[in-house]
Design a protein around this ligand. Structure first.
Ligand code: NAP
Length: 448
């Protein structure tokens, strides 16, 4: 028997579990998918925006994997202090695959970044996704004007959520408190600021186009900013995804604002240099106008612009945090590895593996995790004869309980799903997410 722990039940963890049971020559492979949270699916549940129902529906595919008889979900199990130590895990399992994602954010490193009213996009995403670590009352959207810094798909997600009306979100599983705050939001203007040009933006065309179809908001684009991009005059040599982005943006230039509509301004060649304080909180973002350097980067021009903002969301990328007990490269914020095998002082550590964002950094779409997990699992299975020789505990679940942990099993998760459906019914909505630890744990485990 080969007994494996996968740490993290997001797409990379679930694809790793699937690969293990599909690729293993050992019939008797058993996989426990552990998660700190009582709920599975990682960023599909706590990152994909609630209005992206098609991507959310991927949960159905991930669910099928977790229902496989050789795979077991064990939520509410933290690896690290207060939970199970990495050393203890190695006594319970022949191998551990860490699929813990990138749970922190890149910093801007500019003055004023931590002023009240300035948040990482991850905090805002966690709030509207009902992450239990996030205060449900964290965002009172009294701001008139918001600035979103960055031009990736996360920036697009948070800009869209700020400009969507509550009526459009009511049919989704957005938590009730966030729905109330979004319904009462006074935000009229959202500015998305990219430090480089339209041809270097990281968002994808499908996500970009969606901004132009928001019922209650109008996108504005300044044609003179688009024209600063050296490629603007001739798009023919651009790769198709980049060309499509620029074409979509060009189509929006000069579009008039509908009366009463919120404004979503897409700005380019603006590098934030400081968040300015007004009355004890953020009041504006000071940006330096940049210009293309001819090599895909930008140079400062020494001219500045201030954009009014009582709310700033920094969407400049995720960042991995060191998983307890594993080596970590602070430059790439990933765990050093060779084809998924964790490297300690340059040598492969038997029984320790990584997959997903903690292995390759926070890029790519959900599907990118599938080949990434497959590569890691191929390495693990090559090592299997060696790994199997080591004795492990007969039933890890008993051992986890002996440590004082109260794992949430698949039955517990199904109880959370039922409680969320019931909550939705009581509010006259579809299933609505439970946003707090107590609510999730009492649904899953009963009274403490
Ligand atoms: P991202 O795609 O890496 O975009 C980060 C953005 O922040 C870039 O525009 C970058 O500009 C900018 N930035 C970085 N440092 C900055 C600084 N110091 N000052 C100003 N701007 C700065 O990251 P992401 O948006 O967090 O997305 C992460 C991954 O998740 C991506 O692969 C994304 O496609 C995926 N995702 C997909 C979806 C979807 O499919 N719907 C939704 C959300 C996320 P530069 O390019 O100039 O560095």
């Amino acid at each position: 028997m080969l007994r494996i722990a996968v740490v993290g039940s997001g797409p990379s963890g679930i694809y790793a579990a699937q690969s293990l049971v599909e690729q293993s020559a050992v019939d008797d492979v058993r996989v426990d998918v552990l998660d700190r949270l009582p709920c599975p699916y990682g960023l599909v549940r706590y990152g994909v925006a609630p209005d992206h129902e098609k991507i959310k529906s991927l949960q159905n595919n991930l669910r099928t994997v977790l229902e496989n008889g050789r795979i077991r979900f064990l939520g509410h199990v933290e690896v690290g202090p207060g939970g199970v130590s990495p050393e203890a895990l190695t006594r319970l399992y022949h191998a551990v695959v860490y699929c813990v994602g990138a749970t922190s954010d890149r910093r801007l490193g500019i003055p004023g970044e931590d002023l009240p009213g300035s948040f990482s996009a991850t905090e805002f995403v966690s709030w509207y996704s009902a992450h239990p670590d996030c205060d449900p009352g964290a965002f009172v959207l009294g701001a008139r004007s918001a600035v979103v810094i960055g031009a990736g798909n996360v920036a697009v997600d948070v800009a869209r959520m700020l400009t969507r009306g509550a009526d459009e979100l009511r049919p989704t599983d957005v938590p009730q408190s966030a729905l109330g705050a979004l319904a009462a939001s006074r935000v009229r203007e959202v500015h998305m600021a990219a430090r480089r040009g339209p041809s270097q933006a990281r968002f994808t065309t499908k996500e970009l186009r969606e901004l132009g179809a928001l019922p209650g908001a109008d996108v504005t684009v300044d044609e003179s900013e688009l024209a600063r991009d050296p490629v603007f005059a001739d798009l023919s040599a651009l790769p198709a995804p980049v060309r499509r982005n620029v074409e979509v943006l060009r189509g929006w230039a000069g579009r008039p604002l509908r009366p009463g509509a919120r404004r979503l301004a897409l700005r380019f060649y603006l590098r934030p240099v400081e968040l300015l304080e007004r009355e004890g909180r953020v009041g504006a973002v000071r940006c330096e106008r940049t210009a293309p350097d001819g090599a895909g980067g930008v140079l400062g021009t020494g001219t500045y612009e201030e954009i009014e903002a009582q709310l700033v969301l920094r969407a400049v990328g995720y960042r991995g945090v060191p998983p307890p007990g594993l080596p970590f490269d602070p430059v790439t914020a990933t765990v050093p590895h060779a084809a998924g095998r964790v490297l300690r002082a340059g040598a492969a550590a038997p029984g320790e593996y990584v997959a997903g964002w903690i292995k390759r950094g926070p890029t790519g779409v959900i599907g990118t995790n599938r080949p990434c997990a497959k590569e890691t699992v191929a390495s693990l299975l090559q090592d299997a004869p060696l790994l199997c020789a080591r004795p492990v505990a007969p039933e890890p679940l008993d051992a986890l309980r002996k440590l004082g942990l109260r794992p949430v099993t698949w039955q517990g998760w199904l109880a959370i799903e039922r409680a969320e459906a019931e909550l939705g019914r009581s509010l006259g909505r579809r299933s609505v997410k439970i946003p707090d630890w107590d609510g999730l744990l009492s649904a899953a485990l009963g009274p403490a």
